[in-house]
Design a protein around this ligand. Structure first.
Ligand SMILES: Nc1ncnc2c1ncn2[C@@H]1O[C@H](COP(=O)(O)OP(=O)(O)OP(=O)(O)O)[C@@H](O)[C@H]1O
Length: 330
């Protein structure tokens, strides 16, 4: 499949300020803890037209940062994010000056960014009117059609944010993104706050939209079970790096990375045979001081000395499948 959106070896570091306590302790001779986080470390990923790619990993592994780079909201320190071969964001003095409207983002709580006094119809129309994507005269019809697209009654346009349930809010978040007529939507934990039954309904909306509108999705979640229902291909991320990537069915049927195996073992809802893999043990290490070599080695049941010393180079194991592990664990 030809890539519509491609991330090519993108990296992003964040530096935080030292706290007052850290400064005082350093005056007393205590070493300063690291202040720089390598949130995304040379990640390459592509999404084809109308494709759903799931991006999975534990909290803090860099999923949101990667999603924001894909949407042009964050400038990577290195590498590039391209839509149809063109940068998703134009920069001036290292800051985003202009970004494409063709990649939109949906967040876990889309209402956090909404003015509580603004009617939902106004909130949906705000972006497309500002970008000249809708003729002002067609505003009401366009809002109504967008609400209908996500399974909501067009009369909801006149209501205020607080009048909606969690599932409806999630749909309105999707509607705001759809109003921009995107080719790719980055959904960042868009279902995480919802009850399981509501999640299933909103998932159906995603699938329906994909079938009708041919939109590609980068679907970010810590929940492999949810991603398993939706994604064509899946990327597994661990401490800033993609450790496994491939067609979702193939990855779930025969996961090649010990971390993927551990995640699958931990998902009760996946209606798959149990593999007898080791569940992921221990806590995710601090991204401020990640382990040497393969970042996963302290939690890996197969780790040997080489894993502590050498960063695994991603390698192809099958058509369209990649794993970053020194060993063939099959
Ligand atoms: N603006 C920022 N400034 C400083 N550090 C940041 C910033 N944004 C993210 N980070 C750090 O980068 C790392 C990756 O964060 P990110 O939010 O991308 O991970 P995530 O996998 O999406 O986590 P979660 O699921 O908890 O949102 C974390 O250590 C986080 O603390």
């Amino acid at each position: 499949m030809t890539a519509l959106l491609s991330l090519e070896s993108v990296s992003k570091r964040f530096t935080r300020r030292a706290t007052v306590e850290e400064c005082l302790l350093s005056l007393l001779g205590r070493p300063m803890p690291p202040r720089s986080v390598h949130a995304v470390d040379q990640v390459s990923l592509s999404i084809g037209e109308g494709e759903v790619v799931g991006l999975v990993g534990e909290s803090g592994c860099g999923k949101s940062t990667l999603g924001r780079i894909a949407a042009g909201l964050i400038v990577p320190d290195g590498g590039s994010a391209l839509l149809d071969g063109r940068p998703v964001a134009e920069l001036r003095s290292g800051r985003v000056e202009k970004r494409t409207t063709a990649v939109q983002m949906v967040f876990q709580d889309p209402f956090a960014s909404l003015n509580p006094r603004m009617k939902v119809g106004e909130a949906i129309a705000e972006g497309p009117l500002a970008h000249g994507l809708w003729p002002a005269a067609e505003r009401s019809e366009r809002v109504a059609a967008t609400l209908a697209d996500v399974g909501l009654d067009p009369s909801y346009a006149a209501r205020f944010p607080h009048q909606f349930s969690g599932g409806q809010r999630a749909r309105i978040g999707i509607a705001r993104a759809l109003a921009m007529n995107p080719r790719v939507v980055v959904a960042d934990e868009a279902l995480a706050a919802l009850d399981v039954s509501i999640q299933a309904q909103v998932l159906n909306t995603f699938m329906d939209l994909r079938a009708r509108r041919g939109i590609a999705w980068l679907f970010i979640s810590h929940d492999l079970g949810v991603v398993g229902h939706l994604a064509d291909r899946v990327a597994i991320m661990y401490l800033g790096r993609i450790v496994e990537f491939g067609p979702a069915e193939a990855v779930f049927a025969a996961p090649a990375h010990p971390y993927t195996r551990g995640l699958i073992e931990a998902v009760p809802r996946l209606e798959r045979r149990r593999f007898g893999f080791h569940p992921v043990r221990g806590e995710i290490p601090s991204p401020l001081s990640p382990p040497s070599g393969c970042h996963f080695h302290p939690r890996c049941p197969h780790a040997v000395r080489r894993c502590r010393e050498e960063k695994p180079t991603p390698r192809q194991i099958d058509t369209g499948r990649m794993v970053a592990c020194h060993f063939d664990l099959a």
